[in-house]
Design a protein around this ligand. Structure first.
Ligand code: GCU
Length: 598
């Protein structure tokens, strides 16, 4: 029995009973930023949450208590405490927190002048992993999952002066979590994306979707959902540049559905056109910049705006370039995606979790198609219902946030998950859910493959039947033989669907030079890319690739001294932005493809 996210919120009796999806517009509004220094208390024993009997303490740190009399014994004090910068993971801000997995309490004070007849929300861009949020000593609610936004209404609680918001962030891993215990990326903890206070009218546009109908180049359709709407209120859809002003009437639930014909300049990597879109209800206005394109498949081809396209991609982790830690800013996005453009990419795989909003908005602007994924990674607890609900919630939160981004063409439901019936049922459920929310994008996953003989790889993962595009990771020349092994390999599939090689690659330490068979050298990685590209070009149903990976990134599973030092070295660039020899091999290949398509 599947429990909806909304029902779950009601069941656990949290005051804010809005499913996060319904509040997606909060991310597009003017707001008060709470970014900057936050006071922190490091709490490995959760002393601020539980009493010595491990019972929830009603007088925990969230009360931010102060001694009133000289005999008052308060054993914590945020205002005398250390501080961390928000947004930002804690691991890269303090040596002693580099490996820390546990709870840290964050406190921020702020004044807020609330206008008449408005509502106020607290929005957190992302907090890894388990979060409980309080305002002025009152619990607002909790959230699980480190990579999607969540908001709470604070209209009744916010005051003019001296508000204090307290966030309990706990990044401990668990087997039932999503992701589960084992990942090849750093478990950065903390408030990793911006925190804002957002004010809206009492009745406001909660969320909206507006895009081209699947396969149509002219028919725009969409939905505007007004929260606290009066029956049959009017909403408008406006494209100032196209002098389009359309008026519609919302139904009793506050939703207005619309469609109309228009001739727009289509969004594409070569021409990433974005239109100003202004949506209004009787009391509210929301502005956005949206591109219009269609994405589909035909046999083993991927069609962008009804034309076949080859996805010249690269995989990227949300790792900050030129400094350590989780990336979060517009500058980070511009540097990372700028390198992808320099490589000659028209596509990026944002692995293995939804990246911050700057990444997808910059991809919109720069003309990079995006593969966006939820962290259903390796050995998830497939038969655990709460694990499923968690994955399902992360999926709907990811789609709610980015459904108006033209750049996002793929929703990926998993990466390298071992075959089993419970796994298939779990992933089929997520695919069904994604299709029910968004029928315009393509569903994919990085699936399993295997040898049917010494030189033939086949993709017959049963999940292949339920996705639109086959994704597949392979490491021929790294985990599987030497680079020239690729010369002998051919690929088969039982599906008439496009294939994306979503990962291939090998490690090299920037500046380490030797012959092409010396592991960890740039020459080995260079040679491996050459053999890979020659092999991949022979696959008739190949429609794209996103080699692993753009830049070296932190990983707790990489401990070779002097080479890895807790970094996965499969980047084409070092963490300092230094280009390895293989960078130029891929750049040249993408140049050739681009010239051939001209
Ligand atoms: C896997 C996995 C990545 C990992 C990579 C590697 O395929 O999907 O997350 O980092 O291989 O081993 O480098």
């Amino acid at each position: 029995m599947k429990i909806s996210a909304f029902l779950l919120l009601i069941l656990i009796g949290l005051p804010n009973a809005y499913a996060q999806e319904n509040l997606a517009s909060l991310g597009e509004r003017q707001s008060l930023s709470l970014d900057g220094n936050w006071k922190i208390i490091i709490d490995p024993y959760e002393n601020g949450y539980y009493d010595y009997r491990w019972q929830e303490n009603p007088n925990g740190f969230f009360k931010n208590e102060k001694p009133k009399n000289k005999w008052d014994r308060i054993e914590y004090d945020f205002d005398k405490a250390d501080s961390l910068t928000v947004p930002g993971d804690w691991n890269s801000q303090r040596k002693e927190l580099f490996l820390y997995e546990g709870t840290i309490w964050y406190k921020k004070s702020f004044d807020f002048h609330k206008s008449e007849k408005t509502r106020v929300f607290l929005r957190l861009g992302a907090v890894n992993y388990r979060t409980v949020v309080y305002l002025n000593g009152e619990k607002l609610g909790s959230h699980e999952g480190g990579f999607t936004p969540f908001s709470f209404e604070i209209t009744q609680l916010v005051r003019e002066k001296e508000n204090f918001v307290i966030v309990k962030a706990d990044n401990r891993r668990c087997a039932e979590c999503v992701p589960t215990l084992n990942t090849d990326w750093w478990n950065y903890g903390g408030i990793t994306r911006s925190v804002t206070v957002v004010e809206t009218p009492v009745s406001f546009i909660g969320e909206y979707s507006i895009q081209l109908q699947k396969g149509s180049l002219k028919s725009i359709y969409g939905r505007i959902h007004v929260i606290n709407s009066r029956p049959r209120q009017h909403v408008t859809v406006n494209f100032p540049e196209l002098k389009i002003h359309k008026r519609y009437t919302a139904d009793s639930s506050g939703s207005a559905y619309f469609s109309f014909q228009v001739s727009v300049k289509l969004w594409s990597p070569e021409n990433p056109v974005l239109y100003d879109v202004i949506l209004t209800s009787e009391t509210d206005t929301v502005k956005d910049k949206i591109g219009f394109r269609t994405i589909g498949t035909k046999g083993s081809q991927i069609l962008l705006n009804n034309n076949p396209v080859f996805l010249r991609g690269i995989s990227i982790h949300e790792e900050a370039p030129l400094r350590s830690g989780r990336a979060y800013s517009q500058d980070d996005a511009r540097i990372l995606l700028g390198w992808a453009k320099e490589l000659g990419c028209n596509f990026v795989r944002l692995a293995h979790y939804p990246h911050n909003e700057h990444m997808v908005k910059e991809a919109d602007r720069l003309g990079l198609m995006v593969w966006s994924e939820i962290p259903v990674y390796w050995t998830i607890k497939w038969e655990n219902e709460l694990t499923y609900d968690n994955a399902s919630r992360q999926l709907s939160e990811m789609i709610a946030r980015d459904k108006n981004r033209a750049s996002v063409i793929f929703w990926s439901v998993s990466n390298e998950t071992p075959l089993s019936v419970p796994r298939l049922e779990f992933l089929k459920g997520l695919i069904r859910q994604a299709r029910s929310i968004d029928s315009t994008r393509l569903l994919t996953a990085a699936m399993e493959r295997h040898y049917i003989d010494a030189t033939t790889q086949i993709i017959d993962d049963p999940l292949g039947e339920f996705v639109d595009v086959l994704g597949c990771n392979e490491y021929i020349g790294w985990y599987d033989g030497l680079p020239d092994k690729a010369d002998t390999i051919q690929w088969k599939t039982i599906y008439q669907k496009p294939l994306i090689i979503s990962e291939f690659g090998g490690s090299a330490l920037y500046g380490l030079h030797a012959d092409s068979l010396t592991v960890w050298s740039e020459e080995y990685q260079e040679s491996m890319y050459k053999h890979q590209i020659a092999m991949l070009q022979k696959i008739p149903f190949l429609s794209g690739m996103s080699p692993w990976i753009l830049m070296d990134f932190r990983s707790p599973r990489r401990q070779l001294p002097g080479i890895q030092d807790f970094r996965n070295r499969k980047g084409l660039l070092s963490e300092h932005g230094e280009k390895k020899k293989a960078f130029y091999v891929l750049q040249k290949y993408y140049e050739e493809i681009r010239n051939k398509q001209k």
